[in-house]
Write a protein of this length. Structure first.
Length: 101
């Protein structure tokens, strides 16, 4: 008889996507106390790949805890330790190939 340990799978809610979920964050993760949640409008996202590209770039900004992008609405929700510089967010979105509205 062998014992098996089941490890939680990060990004499992997006398995089957073009990137296997590696570029998505867990939208259900609780925000840290004192965290700031900001919703941005991004123009040009049409699919899961777009969501991943935007999420990945914004996630690289210092202080960002989580990013949830939704292509169907164009909304990107960012949880961060402090308010983010809008120009840094704009540059990240531009780097991903989209436009911050």
């Amino acid at each position: 008889m062998s014992a098996q340990t089941e490890l939680p799978q990060i990004g499992s809610e997006t398995s089957g996507s073009c990137c296997g979920g590696s570029c998505h964050t867990d939208a259900a993760a609780p925000a840290a106390e004192g965290a700031v949640t900001t919703v941005y409008q991004v123009k040009g996202m049409t699919c899961g790949h777009c969501e991943g590209a935007v999420s990945s770039e914004i996630s690289e900004i210092a202080g960002v805890a989580s990013v949830t992008a939704v292509a169907s609405t164009g909304q990107v929700t960012v949880v961060s330790a402090a308010p983010l510089d809008e120009e840094a967010v704009r540059a990240a979105v531009d780097e991903a190939g989209y436009e911050l509205v």
